[in-house]
Design a protein around this ligand. Structure first.
Ligand code: ASP
Length: 580
């Protein structure tokens, strides 16, 4: 027998019992004639105790145990003399009678402690050791609890988990495909799914009217903290539903998850149109944990002889509560912030509402107290607030102001990661014009249905057509998105032609779906939630990597197994990639 208990479960009530524990040596200290070894496993740490006076050989053996040795110890549980209230097992220790080294270990390249001395790269290279650390292990436990709560909720609501294939052909979600060469079909390639989108729609045609899958998806994109080349979605689809049914079902799931995983009750989720989100926050994933909504001053601030404003399509302001006390240095920092190339503003205008109500701005030369009072009124700014203004083209100014607003939210401490403010963003545009290719692109994907009342605009004004699509946004992060789908072959074909596919191309790429639509496709719709993002949100972190057991680094590499890597010529020839 390797163990009778785990290293996390013994308490004072177990005193006097003989137990066997197995685990890793976390720490080993000698104090005179005594040796104490902290034995660790997934469940906790238990102190092993050795006494020279009782058994000198055993104590000598214990003294030699190195960090991370795998050890089995048998002995009596007894009350500790000096208790450790910070540890659940801190009241007891094991008086060891038998000790066996199951496997020695090299000294780990970094300390396996909550606060480790290992840098990111090193920890990634030895990820299996990093995973022994409490904070990382806790993240994976949270992930497991979340997955389980999702499966329970959806299964209870009659959803069926169905697996869909990984070797498929391109599914357009707007990213590049990862591809796999086919040895049996030289010159042909599979694509890895960017999502199971087409398969879940086919399952609806098959009559599985509630489907879900916790599934790996693959997108060859440039990486950021919240992106990985392979990631996990909670992918769902339902038949005979309208948008309202889907929003209700997945609002229910969201609420269930917050309750189960975080013990938090969420209020009803508000809804905001895409148009409002852009107008008030300059983003389709607004962080509504704090106010500072945009206020358009275009009408009132133009035409006073200030050239920057006079030449602008839009003048947008936010009012930062209590920030009138910002020093010159802080204001300069904000100006530098908006002028960074990633943000690209030309400059920043500010206006303080002093405690006595007087107004001071960086453009006092052009605007008198009365003008500034007009701004203050339009923005609803109070004494002590700081108004910040950006001007330029409408879309770019909104984008820049979104960044500035988030920065101000962070600086003012208004973005507590455990204050959760979810909402639905609805009525996205169906199409986006891409100036580079001179073509319309699907904003979501090409299977998204237009709002019925906008279908008539598809030919005359495609840019004005709204999609029957929705995103679940929490704290400025897009946690999920979906839509009611097109289930009619003619409309789907029309959509493909709007996107610039010829009838032959559409048939070649998506013939299977178009054909299926002719065999009784029910009205259907669905959603996919980013599972890694959801877990990192629950864990209060920005980085999804911390919630994935074996993640890739910023360059898309797994530095532990050293992938991607080269293939030898034989393999390349077999795959038909290398001739000869
Ligand atoms: N397949 C979509 C995505 O991956 C989600 C959906 O429309 O259900 O974003």
């Amino acid at each position: 027998m390797h163990r009778s208990h785990t290293c996390g479960e013994l308490r004072l009530s177990n005193a006097g019992t003989k137990v066997t524990l197995s685990g890793w040596v976390a720490r080993n200290r000698k104090m005179g004639g005594l040796v104490f070894v902290d034995l660790r496993d997934r469940y906790g740490i238990t102190q092993l105790s050795f006494n020279e006076a009782v058994n000198a050989d055993l104590m000598a053996a214990a003294e030699k145990l190195g960090r991370e040795f795998v050890v089995k110890a048998t002995g009596m549980v007894r009350e500790r003399e000096s208790k450790n209230a910070a540890m659940p097992t801190g009241d007891i220790e094991i008086m060891v009678e038998q000790l066996e080294v199951l496997n020695p270990a090299k000294t780990p390249p970094f300390t396996i402690e909550d606060d480790t001395d290992g840098g990111d790269e090193l920890r990634m290279e030895y990820r299996y050791l990093d995973l022994r650390r409490n904070p990382v292990r806790r993240n994976l436990e949270l992930r497991h609890r979340t997955a389980r709560a999702i499966r329970n909720y959806l299964s209870d609501a009659d959803f069926m988990e169905v697996e869909t294939p990984v070797l498929i052909k391109s599914t357009p979600e707007g990213a590049r495909d990862f591809v796999v060469p086919s040895r049996l079909n030289p010159g042909s390639w599979y694509a890895l799914p960017q999502s199971p989108q087409t398969f879940k729609q086919l399952l609806m045609v098959s009559g599985f009217d509630k489907y879900f899958q916790i599934v790996k998806c693959f997108r060859d994109e440039d990486l950021r903290a919240d992106r990985q080349p392979e990631f996990t979605q909670v992918d769902c689809e339902m038949s005979f539903v309208e948008r309202e049914d889907i929003l209700q079902t997945f609002e229910g799931l969201t609420r269930h998850l917050f309750r189960e995983v975080l013990n938090t009750e969420l209020p009803e989720l508000p809804r905001m149109t895409y148009a409002d989100a852009m107008r008030l926050y300059g983003s389709d994933k607004p962080d509504v944990r704090f106010g500072m909504e945009f206020c358009e001053l275009t009408e009132i601030a133009k035409g006073k002889g200030f050239p920057v404003f006079d030449g602008a399509e839009a003048i947008i302001a936010i009012s930062a509560p209590g920030a009138a006390s910002f020093t010159r240095k802080q204001l300069d920092e904000l100006t530098d912030f908006v002028k960074r190339p990633q943000i690209g503003a030309k400059g920043l205008i500010w206006c303080r509402v002093e405690a006595d109500g007087s107004l001071r701005s960086s453009v006092d030369k052009f605007y008198g107290q009365e003008d500034l009072a007009g701004w203050q009124q339009a923005c609803g700014a109070n004494p002590g607030d700081l108004m910040l203004l950006l001007a330029g083209g409408l879309n770019e100014t909104r984008k820049q102001m979104n960044e500035l607003r988030l920065e101000m939210g962070s600086r003012l401490g208004l973005r507590n990661p455990f204050d959760f403010k979810p909402l639905w963003v609805v009525d996205f545009p169906l199409l986006e014009f891409d100036a580079d290719s001179g073509r319309w692109h699907a904003m979501h994907h090409p299977f998204t249905s237009p709002l019925p009342e906008d279908v008539h605009l598809m030919d005359s004004d495609p840019g004005a057509v709204r999609a029957n699509a929705y995103d679940l946004v929490i704290n400025g992060v897009e946690i999920g998105g979906g839509s009611i789908r097109i289930h009619d072959r003619a409309l789907q074909q029309r959509m493909f032609s709007l996107l610039g596919f010829s009838a032959e191309e559409a048939q070649h790429r998506f013939g299977f779906l178009l054909n299926a639509f002719e065999y009784g496709a029910p009205p259907h719709g669905g959603i996919a939630l980013g599972f890694d993002r959801l877990c990192s949100l629950f864990g209060g972190s920005d980085s999804i990597r911390d919630f994935i057991a074996f993640p890739k680094n910023n360059a898309g590499r797994d530095v532990m197994i050293d992938a991607p890597s080269t293939l030898d010529d034989t393999q390349l020839k077999e795959l038909g990639i290398l001739k000869g």
